[in-house]
Design a protein around this ligand. Structure first.
Ligand code: SF4
Ligand code: SF4
Ligand code: SF4
Length: 270
């Protein structure tokens, strides 16, 4: 488990989306053309994607009174799972740990989409475009998997999203300190009339690198309490078949993707 952790306290977030913009800016990610009401609820852009690695969602957590729904805010970015499905399924070892964070190596990625399918949080996405930032770095590569890298590649002491938060809703520090702070926040929220307040991420996938303070039960935020870990035996069987087939592909990504598809169907039948 990582020595450090992020904290997202959704009860303190004002929804200013400073973190979303800071992530775009620091990483040189392209903007997305959207209409104000295009996204679900009042959320724009509509979803986390290869172009948007940090996404603030605004949605009704309780619709029981249709005239007065109760709204909340939730953050989405890679949770940096200790036991990461994306990393475990990648047939090219393109996903690895850098300072304990889960990072994609685009040079190795063949765009097979295994990580996209395996992540229960729907985080990674294959880019449809190439994109070069102002400094001339190739930030997005077409047909490669992209997501938050915890600001490890474009290194800085405090991740960009955390550094700009004006309401102390985001923190970054030693995991034990983050947990202590989160526990204190949950205590306060319970005293304020939120009996179901909790911390998400302590147990899921052996501990997430991003812990989230919630006012209500995780399921209301579409967060699974017992997310499924990938079947290691099946995954390894697919990788073995792929290792054999990919040796005939001359390193051509398109052929490698086809080889992965075939490997998957063969190992499913095995
Ligand atoms: S949240 Fe998804 S993409 Fe991030 S580490 Fe976990 S499995 Fe991988
Ligand atoms: S798309 Fe395939 S090769 Fe690329 S990181 Fe995901 S699993 Fe690995
Ligand atoms: S840690 Fe860095 S890459 Fe990840 S969401 Fe925050 S700003 Fe973006």
């Amino acid at each position: 488990m990582a020595e450090k952790a992020f904290l997202v306290d959704t009860s303190k977030c004002q929804g200013c989306r400073g973190c979303q913009v800071a992530c775009k800016q620091w990483n040189g990610l392209p903007g997305e053309k959207t209409e104000f009401f295009e996204g679900p609820e009042y959320t724009n852009p509509a979803k986390l994607s290869a172009k948007t690695w940090n996404h603030v969602i605004f949605f009704p957590i309780d619709r029981s009174n249709a005239d007065r729904p109760i709204w909340t805010i939730m953050h989405k970015k890679c949770f940096h799972c200790s036991e990461a499905n994306c990393l475990n399924v990648c047939p090219e070892k393109a996903i690895y740990r850098l300072d304990d964070w889960v990072v994609v190596d685009q040079d190795k990625c063949i765009g097979c989409g295994a990580c996209v399918n395996a992540c229960v949080y729907k985080v990674p996405e294959l880019s449809e475009i190439n994109h070069v930032n102002d400094a001339g770095q190739k930030i997005l590569k077409r047909d490669k998997s992209h997501k938050c890298n915890a600001c490890t590649l474009n290194e800085r002491e405090i991740p960009a999203c955390v550094s700009v938060c004006p309401s102390d809703a985001m923190r970054f520090g030693y995991r034990q300190d983050i947990i202590k702070h989160a526990q204190a926040r949950v205590k306060v929220l319970k005293a304020e009339g939120f009996p179901n307040a909790n911390i998400y991420g302590l147990d899921q996938f052996k501990g997430l690198g991003v812990l989230t303070v919630l006012r209500d039960k995780a399921e209301k935020y579409d967060l699974p309490l017992n997310p499924a870990v990938v079947d290691v035996v099946k995954t390894e069987a697919t990788k073995d078949v792929y290792a054999l087939l990919s040796s005939f592909t001359m390193g051509i990504p398109m052929l490698k993707r086809a080889a992965y598809k075939v490997s998957k169907s063969i190992s499913k039948d095995a």
